[in-house]
Design a protein around this ligand. Structure first.
Ligand SMILES: Cc1ncc(COP(=O)(O)O)c(C=O)c1O
Length: 376
């Protein structure tokens, strides 16, 4: 597998068509990922159910092991889900809420980490909002909001609109010391930034595969810390929540001893096969190298944007930057700029009224320069 980023460029056909800088929305797929999905589908085309036991075994052991390696977890702490939202819902709907409980979230969260908590109002659960300050979520503000009825702090590890990155080690220590659970939406982190869950106390963490991980849509991972599993009762249950028996009429709702209990039924095997191929790419490049590479592209973009008079919106403090860089033109509307770039085959996003780029491991400096040249 490649250790040099240039060696993977050819594996991303999108590069031949676009300067694609929108991986924080949907990451482009490599030919290897598409090949892995296709191979799985061909297996079903040619063999039907024949290899079903092997699929279950392979997904539960090899693929979960590889995912665990990427984030510093144990394979028993991994469940396949269809997206980030589903992982967050496992937590929101699985805790034993009592009327009067509350959850702490930020006022700039993606809706996936808002509606699931709003939906608990009928069970007497309220939201305590951390007010972002100039795009930052401060630990002291979180600390000040936690009260004896706070059960969970639930935040995006990286904010989707401006790329603000939390200090996970300090946040984990804070939550642990205050006796509240920490639930993270890590879709804007994993695949771009290095994560080692052995170094931070995170109870639950979810990420979809379709952004930075460069895996198929409809795949995702829910991480449930071993000693935190007791806090969640599986809300959605089915024949895979229990140890997979072929005897479907031997009803016994004893949950599997690991995070597999949260996979109520057959998972998206074709997608998961693609996810494995994507994870292999990240492991081969090394998550720390990937972070360095992406932040290198970020730095080139930021310097060029400032030189052209653009305002950087993403917080720029020590440890606050990620793969997402948000910026604005002092006078021009972002839609006009995005249209102009689209015509030049350069793709980015508009979030929160600002332009947003999110270069990944297959992007390169020449593409950032093309963006800078094309910007008004
Ligand atoms: C921070 C964040 N969370 C969740 C989502 C939605 O992810 P999924 O479709 O995997 O639930 C997005 C998508 O933009 C996001 O940016």
């Amino acid at each position: 597998m490649p250790s040099d980023f240039r060696q993977i460029y050819d594996d991303f056909p999108i590069k031949r068509q676009f300067v694609y800088l929108n991986n924080a929305s949907i990451g482009a797929l490599s030919t290897k990922v598409v090949g892995a999905v296709t191979r799985f589908l061909e297996d079903v085309r040619d063999h039907g159910r024949l290899h079903y036991p092997d699929w279950c075994q392979y997904a539960d052991t090899t693929i979960k092991e590889r995912v665990s390696e990427l984030i510093g977890a144990d394979k028993s702490e991994i469940a396949f889900v269809k997206n980030t939202t589903e992982g967050i819902l496992i937590v929101a709907n699985g805790l034993d809420w009592r009327p009067g409980d509350n959850v702490v979230i930020a006022d700039i969260e993606y809706p996936s980490n808002v509606y699931c908590w709003m939906n608990l109002a009928r069970r007497g659960v309220s939201i305590k909002w951390v007010k972002a300050r100039e795009g930052r979520i401060l630990l002291e503000d979180i600390d000040a909001l936690i009260d004896p009825r706070t059960r969970v702090v639930s935040l995006s590890a990286v904010q989707f609109s401006n790329g603000f990155r939390l200090d996970l080690e300090r946040l984990g220590a804070l939550c642990q010391s205050r006796g509240v659970l920490l639930n993270l939406d890590a879709i804007q982190w994993v695949g771009a930034l290095h994560l080692d869950l052995r170094r931070c106390h995170v109870d639950f963490l979810s990420f979809g595969g379709h952004k930075w991980l460069l895996a198929p849509i409809g795949t995702g991972i829910f991480y449930c810390r071993k000693d935190s599993m007791q806090h969640i009762h599986p809300h959605n249950v089915g024949y895979h929540s229990v140890d997979k028996s072929e005897d479907h009429m031997d009803y016994d709702l004893t949950f599997r001893p690991n995070a597999g209990r949260f996979e109520e039924a057959l998972v998206n095997f074709p997608g998961v096969w693609g996810l494995e191929a994507a994870v292999e790419l990240h492991l081969a490049l090394g998550a720390e190298n990937e972070e360095r590479y992406i932040l290198g592209l970020y730095a080139v973009a930021k310097r060029g944007l400032e030189a052209k008079g653009y305002q950087i919106v993403s917080p720029q403090g020590e440890g606050e930057v990620s793969g997402i860089l948000s910026f604005r033109h002092p006078t021009l509307q972002p839609e006009r700029i995005a249209d102009r770039l689209q015509a030049a085959k350069i793709n980015l996003a508009i979030r929160g009224g600002n332009l947003r780029i999110s270069p990944s491991v297959y992007n390169d400096e020449a593409e950032i320069r093309r963006l800078l040249e094309a910007l008004p």
